[in-house]
Ligand binder design. Structure first.
Ligand SMILES: *[C@@H]1O[C@H](CO)[C@@H](O)[C@H](O)[C@H]1NC(C)=O
Ligand SMILES: *[C@@H]1O[C@H](CO)[C@@H](O)[C@H](O)[C@H]1NC(C)=O
Ligand SMILES: *[C@@H]1O[C@H](CO)[C@@H](O)[C@H](O)[C@H]1NC(C)=O
Ligand SMILES: *[C@@H]1O[C@H](CO)[C@@H](O)[C@H](O)[C@H]1NC(C)=O
Length: 603
């Protein structure tokens, strides 16, 4: 059992822990019943839906800048591990990669609320652990997909003291949302803007939490902005994947709808014209590589879509300010951690794509994370690598609660000293994975284009240090990608495409040597559990003499990596995590190291 992320490890200021003796209590004596002694901080967790960082959304929310970015730390290299809502949200609330929750899609059979229930996670997720740690817990907004007016009570999401959930099929209907409070009947808010409705509910729970007495609180606020507006969506039953047109009829996507008071904003703003914006030549792999260039009408629509997102975010901006002001009114702002993030990123026109997510490009996976709270440096931008599976450990650390032994992530440093130490010691990788389909969420201009694209199944890693910056992926079609983001920040040159001319050398060694290490790292990570997800090189080098890609590139490991490791490959494309479709697995097929120390390690 491993209980690493104690409050002290989270770098909480001594004031928060004053006289608590937390570290000792937690580390040594869990079985006899742990009870918090010091004052535990309150936690407000704001989770937007589909908010990008790469198309500069953070530049258009001045109140969030004023209250969170300027008063806290922006984690510039924060990543989701699966770029779609439900799997990402389950990873946030469990601290586990999607391959360990097996909630890998937004809808049944492989995802959605019913799958969350079936995996037994309703009794094993963040609010359960927070209540055990002495917190009152509240949540309002979108929890998961396929959480509907039919299934919300069978069973009810557990371990919340107060809830007011958005429910399908009305979740993404900006002007006709359905919310469902505590165990009451669902209620329609026809004609009201969903984020404004949510703001009222969030402030109401904040009042409840403050008035509830001495226990600290966790308040989750999950607005639907800036997700697409969806007129109707009800895929609780397994869709018929052979009838893509039939599915299309169920789902009417369009740009998000801002509140009236924000409609006039940003008239001249356009999607940033970066190198990957609707490029003249095909990029990426698989279906992305086959896309046609977008025509002018499509581009203009996409710019409109982009502006509607920025406008819809204005209501979230105001919501955050109102929460900050309410905390200030109660004189608890400085004792409260506010964590702001989103489930996954978003892309519009990059790589010739129409509005959507679900890919491994930076637009889809690099997302906002801002934390303000006691001891968190103000106005700081950190470049350490953090991911969604780090959030549950971080929140438990803030709460002074023990970690779960099966967490796939680790506490995010929250004070200056730990942030600085992390530059040299923290993991440098992100494990990215996806199963199923990609969805084009805007209007379709090219009649030959399909709204849903199959075979969008892949495993990937992002790896970032002072000297390298790569994205490496293997698709279920066994196509590969490598982008060297140091020289190709917009990922337009896939060095592993069959038509590419890769460089002879990378990082001063032959190109193939770098690929062999990246592939072995992915091989370990694609099925990792717990500590191996955080320290994958230890699994390959149990002696502990390799801590990062740089160490692994040593020539003494050439034979080990180039001749003795299995390669990542798929047997076929599937819509969910069916292990027999996903080729060899490290635990059963990664041979050499398991039979003892390999000769290459003796020298
Ligand atoms: C994941 O769930 C699917 C059903 O959605 C099941 O068929 C599969 O075996 C599960 N995978 C693992 C590794 O348990
Ligand atoms: C919140 O729920 C927990 C667990 O049921 C309970 O112990 C606690 O008293 C509740 N708090 C309030 C204010 O009702
Ligand atoms: C709004 O939602 C309710 C269900 O909550 C539904 O009965 C009603 O028809 C919807 N109105 C419109 C205009 O779609
Ligand atoms: C999906 O990939 C398989 C190879 O695994 C290929 O045979 C098939 O044509 C692809 N289907 C689509 C819709 O791209």
């Amino acid at each position: 059992m491993r209980f690493s992320g104690l409050a002290l490890a989270a770098g909480l200021p001594s004031a928060v822990l004053a006289g608590s003796g937390h570290q000792k209590t937690l580390g040594n004596d869990l079985s006899s019943g742990w009870a918090p002694k010091g004052k535990q901080p309150n936690i407000v967790f704001v989770l937007t839906d589909d908010q990008d960082v790469r198309m500069n959304s953070l530049d258009y929310i001045p109140l969030i800048k004023k209250h969170l970015i300027d008063k806290g730390t922006l984690y510039k290299r924060h990543y989701c591990t699966t770029a779609i809502c439900c799997p990402a949200r389950v990873s946030i609330l469990t601290g586990k990669q999607a391959h360990n929750t097996n909630v890998t899609d937004v809808n049944p059979p492989h995802g959605g609320y019913p799958k969350f229930i079936r995996q037994g996670l309703n009794s094993n997720y963040l609010p359960v652990w927070l209540q055990e740690a002495g917190y009152n817990t509240y949540y309002t907004g979108k929890l998961f997909n396929a959480h509907t007016t039919d299934n919300y009570n069978s069973p009810y999401p557990s371990a919340w003291n107060g809830t007011d959930f958005l429910l399908d099929p009305w979740t993404y209907n900006y002007l006709n949302a359905t919310y469902q409070r505590n165990k009451e009947e669902p209620k329609s808010y026809q004609g009201q803007h969903t984020v404004d409705v949510l703001a009222e509910k969030a402030l109401g729970f904040l009042d409840d939490a403050v008035n509830a007495g001495d226990r600290p609180f966790f308040l989750g606020i999950a607005p639907v902005a800036p997700h697409s507006n969806v007129a109707a969506i009800d895929l609780t039953d397994e869709p018929n994947w052979d009838d893509l047109d039939g599915i299309e009829d169920l789902v009417q996507f369009g740009p998000p709808i801002p509140a009236k008071r924000h409609e006039h904003l940003f008239k001249d703003v356009k999607i940033p014209r970066n190198a990957n914006f609707n490029p003249d030549f095909p990029t990426g792999a698989n279906w992305v590589r086959q896309r046609k260039q977008l025509n002018q009408e499509n581009i203009e629509y996409n710019d409109h879509f982009y502006r509607q997102r920025l406008r819809a975010l204005q209501s979230v901006d105001e919501l955050v300010e109102s929460v900050v002001k309410r905390l200030e009114k109660y004189d608890i702002l400085d004792d409260t951690f506010i964590i702001y993030t989103t489930d996954n990123g978003y892309s519009i026109s990059q790589h010739r794509r129409n509005p959507g997510k679900e890919c491994g490009f930076e637009e889809d996976i690099n997302i906002p994370l801002i934390i303000r709270g006691p001891g968190v440096p103000k106005g700081e931008v950190s470049e350490i690598v953090t991911t969604h599976v780090d959030l549950a450990p971080t929140i438990l650390s803030i709460a002074g609660a023990p970690h779960r032994a099966d967490f796939d992530g680790e506490t995010i440093p929250l004070n200056r000293k730990d942030l600085e130490a992390a530059i040299d010691t923290r993991h440098e990788h992100v494990t990215v994975e996806f199963w199923g389909i990609a969805v084009s969420e805007g209007k379709i201009f090219d009649k030959s284009e399909q709204r849903l694209t199959l075979n969008n199944t892949y495993k990937a890693i992002r790896i970032i240090s002072k000297t390298y910056n790569f994205y490496y992926s293997v698709w279920c079609t066994n196509e590969h990608e490598l982008y060297d983001l140091t020289t190709d920040p917009y990922q337009i040159n896939n060095l592993l495409h069959k038509d590419a001319t890769p460089p002879t050398h990378l990082l001063g060694v032959p190109f193939e040597k770098v690929i062999s290490r990246l592939d072995s790292l992915l091989f370990v990570l694609k099925t990792c559990k717990g500590r191996t997800c955080i320290k994958p090189w230890e699994a390959l080098h149990p002696q502990g003499n390799v801590a990062n890609l740089h160490d692994a590139l040593s020539t003494r490991f050439d034979v080990f990596y180039e001749q003795q490791q299995k390669k990542v490959s798929y047997n076929r494309c599937e819509l969910g995590y069916l292990p027999d479709a996903e080729g060899p697995q490290f635990e059963t097929d990664g041979v050499v190291y398991r039979k003892g120390i390999h000769w290459s390690e003796w020298t």
